[in-house]
Design a protein around this ligand. Structure first.
Ligand code: JHZ
Length: 415
């Protein structure tokens, strides 16, 4: 958005440590995206933090400037359970089975997953008798994993924990870190820990939404305080080389979380053509220059104007509007746009831990998805737009009865 006050330009890069970060977007001051509010606390003040996004001209890493303590983000306020998306479970199973076959894993191997959540991925290895170890500081998720028979340490990962795991279990043949490298404040400590723990001939796979898709499809709502960083291959390459490792291969999943990359990182150099050409394409398209990001704020502001206009007009015509997905990205979108109970009646979500609570800041209530058939709202805003296909196929009856979905990005549109 056009800055109301000068955007902050100070700060050192989380990856290379150089000063001179260049800010290109300010989403104002927002509450923590996963800090859902209990109805009895609705009148209590909620903490808000600035949400400013910057580019590092030295190593090309995109990052937010604010650093909310990790305990507050992932221990006190974290209700995200991976197992509520069938599509994610399918993707994870395919990943695991591919690794078992490709790496020849067996009962003598060790697979470690960082941010293993409720064990949604590791269970695919465990059921084949392959030793696994999960690490996840979120207490309820780690407890659910342990209860399901997936040994999980409820701790933050870094060099110290890597050393302990190494002492107790030996080196890891495979380390998986999906949707977590964005979440670590001490990025170099996290990567150093992985470098220490991985076997000499081992493999680290890291998945994360791709910053190119964030910019292209205007996925501004995936920016929130849990996500400290937004990665290109260029930034990952510089990061892992600093720790004596190499970005040897890259896979692309255009439909996962709005466009996800899986980086293959190893302690020896064997760079595939695919990885080399991804890096080359980023250089060609300027992802390593500020210019690539400079106009993003204006496009975000345009989406805000259009969506507010659309919802306002529908509301004025007497339509009822609900939303789907009490996702963290939903919280960014609603708070940045100022969409509250004046425009939305409620949000539905399958995650039982979120139902009965209120969306942060705007306090829209969260219900079970069955509300869509019980109340048949005229429109449903897809806050979890990354699962559009999965949600639409579950909601065929709502659609058959005349319900309509609205997608907010890359342009607000009634589907
Ligand atoms: P979802 C998550 O972000 C978490 P979020 C995390 N911060 C991250 O890095 C990114 O993903 C990549 C619900 N749902 O996953 C489940 C249904 O109700 O898009 C979730 O609450 N019915 C680690 O929180 C929400 O929607 C369904 O059929 O922005 C989706 O949240 C499906 C498929 C999901 O993202």
């Amino acid at each position: 958005m056009p800055a109301e006050k000068p955007l902050p330009t100070e700060g050192h890069c989380r990856s290379c440590g150089e000063p001179g970060l260049q800010t290109f977007l300010s989403l104002g001051s927002t509450p923590l995206a996963d800090a859902l509010v209990r109805p009895e606390d609705a009148d209590a003040p909620e903490a808000h933090f600035p949400l400013d996004v910057a580019f590092c001209p030295n190593c090309a890493l995109v990052q937010i400037l604010e650093e909310v303590p990790a305990e507050q983000l992932f221990v006190d306020n974290y209700l995200y359970f991976s197992s509520f998306s069938d599509e994610l479970l399918r993707h994870s199973r395919e990943h695991a089975l591919g690794l078992v076959e490709g790496r020849g894993l067996d009962s003598g191997s060790l697979v470690v997953e960082l941010a293993s959540n409720d064990g949604y991925l590791l269970k695919n290895f465990a059921e084949q008798g392959i030793p696994v170890l999960g690490v996840d500081p979120a207490p309820d998720q780690a407890e659910a994993a342990n209860a399901a028979g997936i040994p999980t340490l409820a701790e933050f990962f870094g060099p110290e924990l890597a050393e302990r795991i190494l002492d107790e279990h030996g080196p890891a043949d495979v380390i998986i870190a999906n949707n977590v490298m964005a979440h670590v404040p001490d990025l170099n400590g996290f990567v150093a820990g992985m470098a220490e723990l991985v076997a000499e001939d081992g493999l680290i796979t890291v998945e994360n939404p791709y910053v190119r898709d964030l910019i292209t499809h205007c996925e501004f709502d995936t920016i929130y305080h849990e996500h400290f960083c937004y990665y290109s291959c260029t930034a990952v390459d510089a990061l892992v080389r600093r720790h004596g490792m190499f970005l040897n291969d890259v896979e692309y999943f255009p439909n996962l979380h709005g466009g996800t990359l899986r980086w293959h990182i190893q302690p020896f150099e064997n760079v595939s053509e695919r990885a080399a050409s991804m890096l080359e394409a980023e250089r060609r398209d300027g992802l390593d220059t500020f210019g690539y990001y400079a106009s993003f704020g204006e496009r975000v502001e345009e989406i805000r104007r259009e969506l507010l206009k659309l919802l306002g007009e529908l509301r004025d015509s007497g339509a009822s509007i609900a939303a789907y997905g009490a996702a963290a990205k939903g919280s960014t979108l609603l708070n940045y746009m100022g969409i509250g109970t004046d425009l939305l009646d409620y949000v539905v979500d399958r995650n039982v831990h979120k139902q009965g609570l209120l969306m942060p800041g705007v306090h829209v209530p969260i219900k079970d998805p069955s509300a869509l058939l019980e109340e048949q709202p005229d429109y449903v805003l897809l806050l979890a737009w990354n699962f559009t296909e999965e949600i639409i196929s579950q909601q065929s009856e709502y659609l058959d009865r005349g319900g309509r979905f609205i997608t907010p990005i890359p342009r607000p549109e009634i589907l």
